[in-house]
Design a protein around this ligand. Structure first.
Ligand SMILES: NC(=O)c1ccc[n+]([C@@H]2O[C@H](COP(=O)([O-])OP(=O)(O)OC[C@H]3O[C@@H](n4cnc5c(N)ncnc54)[C@H](O)[C@@H]3O)[C@@H](O)[C@H]2O)c1
Length: 373
């Protein structure tokens, strides 16, 4: 199962664009963006580069009143005012406390919805969204697990699926930053009632999602979760040891005490390794994005195998992810990567990690995420 996970990263943005134009030469999707902070603005930039999507309105409670931005984009404070616009799709870039509520409101208003990770504050939020999604089978719902769309990750997946290195044996993932709020981010990320969790739910969720993507679902989880360094009511470190039903073992550390920012995922397979090192981000603080493909020959290479390193210099993930969403909506294709099932499974694994530490579970009343199986 692990060498051919069921999720697929879809075709390149360019391929999607040409197909789309062939099917829908004139259609331009009218887009609303709920939450116009750092990521809301970034999503708008991606959409502004596309001829088949147009941002017509945005909302954020930090706006003063209502009015018009450049290019006649209308702005509101309240998301309900945004939903009263004539829209085709909604992009949700809000804080975690309101992400599920607005996603549901978008679906109930008949809109296709793209929502940033995390899909909510807890597993229950995702379960609620899925109930509403089922009532609207013609609408597309996609989640912003944008690390799936990095070129290094897509190439590693392609090699995994080719089978040339065999099946996955184990994975070691590390994703860390130096504080819970970096680069002057607002402080909601440290507030349990708004964020629902700390560094694991905010940043580590990308690594959890990638480990699922490469290794399948983990059924057994052991963990330590701690807030002992920064002392917020959300975690500043999570350490997990996990095993899938097929025997793949994953080790994870998600950290807000990693003084030099670091992203690293070792995937060890039967005949070599795929090593993702660094990830391109707006801040460039996670180093160069590289994929090292190791071809092992243990009888002859004396532990010094052949390696090929590719360095990626452009982050196309944001554009490529939005291109996939546009393709699903315009060409009525199912969302295959980053759908609500991925959101549910990834959130369940995050909460299995919280739940597996008895002290953390009791302190913060973490419910058993498996009740939603
Ligand atoms: N995919 C990624 O790699 C990635 C990266 C960063 C952030 N994110 C996600 O994007 C989302 C937004 O993050 P951000 O960094 O842009 O945060 P942000 O704080 O910059 O933006 C959130 C915005 O939501 C607004 N808001 C909050 N509650 C509101 C309400 N009730 N009504 C209207 N507006 C409201 C805030 O005023 C703020 O401007 C989060 O879910 C975050 O996890 C994803």
């Amino acid at each position: 199962m692990q060498q051919a996970p069921s999720k697929h990263i879809q075709q390149s943005a360019a391929a999607q664009m040409s197909e789309k134009t062939a099917h829908h030469p004139a259609k331009t999707l009218k887009i609303g963006i709920a939450g116009f902070g750092v990521v809301g603005k970034r999503r708008k930039d991606c959409i502004d580069r596309r001829p088949d999507m147009q941002v017509v309105a945005v909302c954020d409670r930090s706006f003063q009143g209502e009015g018009t931005l450049a290019n006649d984009v209308r702005f509101y404070q309240d998301y309900r005012r945004l939903l009263a616009e004539d829209l085709d799709a909604l992009i949700v870039c809000l804080t975690n406390d309101i992400a599920a509520e607005v996603t549901i409101a978008g679906l109930e208003a008949g809109l296709h919805v793209f929502c940033e990770k995390p899909p909510g504050r807890n597993v229950e939020d995702v379960v609620r969204v899925i109930k509403h999604e089922r009532r609207h089978p013609s609408l597309k719902l996609m989640y912003g697990f944008n690390h799936r769309y990095h070129e290094s990750v897509q190439e590693a997946l392609r090699i995994l699926r080719s089978g040339e290195l065999g099946r996955v044996i184990n994975m070691r993932g590390m994703y860390g930053k130096a504080k819970l709020m970096t680069f002057n981010q607002p402080d909601w990320r440290a507030k349990r009632d708004i964020a629902g969790g700390g560094v694991l739910l905010d940043q580590g969720i990308h690594m959890v999602d990638l480990m699922r993507l490469f290794g399948g679902d983990f059924t057994e989880v052991h963990s330590f979760v701690s807030n002992s360094h920064w002392g917020y009511e959300v975690e500043d470190n999570a350490y997990a040891l996990m095993r899938s039903a097929e025997g793949v073992v994953g080790m994870l550390n998600s950290s807000a005490t990693q003084w030099r920012h670091r992203f690293h995922l070792d995937i060890n397979l039967q005949r070599g390794s795929l090593i993702l090192g660094g990830i391109l981000s707006g801040t460039k603080s996670y180093g160069a994005e590289t994929l090292t493909v190791v071809q092992a020959d243990p009888d002859n290479d004396q532990g010094d195998p052949k390696e090929q390193l590719t360095r990626y210099n452009k982050d196309a993930s944001w554009d490529s992810e939005i291109a996939t969403f546009a393709d699903c909506v315009l060409n009525d294709r199912p969302v295959q990567s980053g759908n609500s099932n991925d959101a549910l499974r990834t959130m369940q694994l995050v909460f299995k990690i919280y739940y597996a530490d008895a002290q953390w579970r009791n302190t913060y009343n973490i419910p058993n995420p498996d009740v939603h199986e």
